[in-house]
Design a protein around this ligand. Structure first.
Ligand code: GDG
Length: 503
């Protein structure tokens, strides 16, 4: 059975490239290499004229990519995906910016992807679609007569039905998910929220993890994503042996000072500003730690074209500057925020050097940094993980110091507890955490998901797609025709849609 993966961004590897990219990209590539397969998605390039597909063959894997137009990038990617779905799914209704033109652009790109992908499919291909950019893709493929098994994995949280329901067209959008055979989410809470949403917004029947809508049956299950634990452990040990630059120079610049580390894309879901405040509170409440500890926050910029991200960039500079001015000394800067990306080797070195890993998102699907921090620790003298209860990772990693990131005082006290923790307790917590992430690593995740998808008996394999029943809160939803465009937008090429700048 050939595997077909579809994701928003696809990077075609150089011919000689071995393992340069991050864990997920590598794991998916390995799954494709072992089975043979196709990886389809956006090239990451913008072009106004070239609309045909580009293909490349690397071993047993074919890559097939398409460019987006600037209007598509504005509406599908920056607009609906990242200004409407992303904040909504991270429970941030106040930050959600919905526009009908963006939604139409989102549906348009999903339709275009389906049109391009359908002719490339073989009858027994297993199709695995990734993340919130591509929710309606399976419905669009079904409309084109695709009867293959189609799975979806949702990397970010799924919010409660009341929150998701606040998004215009939420009933139509969620109903398209019945076109999947298997939906994977990160935690049981996400699975429950999604099932509740399907029941409340479009009248689906839910029985445990089985959801029925009309003639379609969909399984909704939690598959907590893992990392390549062994690879990270090796990188971290190598960084110590080789005394690589970050290890050597952090040692020089820190002296005997302890290090607290945060690593996150510069994104408001990650709670970076709140974390800086908590570190400031910790120093104020425990002045004995003055000059004895520093926070290093690595925060590579992301989505900087989205206004909320530009604002976060400013806020984090302002907060770090204010706290450093108030709490620093002539020979000690308590907080360093570095807004650039480091190599994975360097990251592994930083994690290994840090006595505390501070992972305090306000909401996060899983959070791989929590797992990477544990994988990188010295098993003889491990550091302590402080982890937000709102990260999916907290469902598996209860031996971390679990905190509420909205409670500055609690996070501040957890930093102190972590710094003062005796070695015996650090060892006990580390050993349990390591065993957990090792037993549920990225290979476990990939094969568990794909085995489940391959094992599903499709209910409608031979039957043509049929309309599903009328949603309680929405209009009749049909998989037999294209996902409805919102009223007020005509069915036109997304190039004709006004760019977000004109919103
Ligand atoms: C989404 C969900 C879910 C960060 N800085 C650098 C760098 N990173 C790497 C980390 C980690 C990855 O980026 C970030 O993964 P997260 O899981 O923390 O977060 P998202 O990017 O938001 O990912 C999330 C994930 O999907 C997987 O399903 O866990 O909840 O939001 O691997 O190490 N990597 C390098 N340099 C950096 O400076 N090389």
């Amino acid at each position: 059975m050939r595997l077909v993966i579809v994701s928003n961004r696809v990077t075609i590897p150089e011919r000689q490239e071995k393992v340069a990219a991050g864990g997920l990209a590598v794991a998916l590539r390995e799954a494709l290499e072992s089975r043979g397969g196709l990886w389809f998605g956006w090239s990451g390039e913008i072009s106004e004229t070239v609309r045909e597909l580009r293909t490349a063959q690397r071993g047993k894997v074919s890559y097939c990519v398409t460019d987006l137009t600037e209007a598509e990038r504005q509406t599908y990617y920056l607009g609906f995906s990242n200004r409407a779905l992303w904040p909504n799914m991270h429970y941030r209704l106040g930050l959600t910016e919905f526009s009908r033109a963006d939604y139409a652009g989102y549906l348009g790109v999903n339709r275009r992807f389906a049109k391009a992908l359908a002719p490339l499919l073989k009858p027994d291909d297993l199709i695995w679609i990734h993340d919130y950019h591509l929710i309606p893709l399976a419905a669009e493929l079904r409309r084109r007569g695709v009867t293959n098994r189609i799975g979806y994995f949702h990397h970010i949280p799924w919010p409660p039905a009341e929150v998701f329901g606040a998004l215009p067209f939420s009933a139509t959008l969620i109903s398209t998910m019945s076109a999947y055979d298997l939906i994977g989410v990160q935690t049981k809470v996400d699975a429950r929220n999604l099932c509740d949403g399907l029941a409340t917004l479009c009248g689906a029947q839910v029985d445990g993890d089985r959801v029925s809508m009309g003639r379609r049956r969909t399984l909704v299950r939690a598959f907590p994503i893992g990392i390549d634990v062994e690879a990270f452990r090796r990188l971290a040990s190598a960084s110590v042996r080789a005394a690589t630059i970050p290890i050597r120079t952090t040692k020089q610049s820190l002296g005997e000072r302890k290090l607290v580390i945060g690593v996150d894309r510069l994104d408001y879901s990650k709670g970076i500003v709140q974390r800086l405040e908590a570190f400031g509170t910790f120093l104020r409440n425990h002045p004995e730690y003055s000059r004895r500890v520093g926070l290093l926050q690595i925060a590579p910029p992301s989505r900087s074209d989205v206004p909320e991200y530009a604002e976060l960039d400013r806020q984090s500079d302002e907060t770090a500057g204010r706290l450093n001015a108030a709490l620093g000394e002539f020979d000690w800067t308590p907080i360093r925020v570095v807004k650039k990306a480091y190599s994975r080797n360097a990251l592994a070195g930083f994690y290994r050097r840090a006595q505390v890993g501070l992972v305090t998102p306000m909401r996060d699907g899983m959070n791989l940094v929590a797992k990477e921090y544990i994988a990188a620790q010295d098993p003889e003298d491990p550091g302590v993980l402080v982890l937000s209860r709102f990260a999916g990772a907290s469902h598996q990693m209860g031996e971390a110091l679990i905190v509420n990131p909205y409670d500055t005082h609690e996070v501040a006290e957890a930093i102190r507890t972590a710094l003062a923790m005796p070695r015996s307790e650090r060892l006990r917590r580390f050993q349990t955490l390591y065993a957990t992430i090792d037993a549920t690593d990225i290979d476990w995740w990939t094969s568990r998901y794909l085995d489940a998808l391959a094992g599903i008996e499709t209910v409608e394999e031979e039957a043509p797609p049929r309309p599903v029943k009328r949603g309680r809160a929405g209009r009749a939803i049909s998989l037999a025709r294209s996902v409805d465009l919102p009223p007020g937008t005509t069915r036109r090429t997304s190039r004709a849609i006004a760019p977000a700048a004109s919103r």
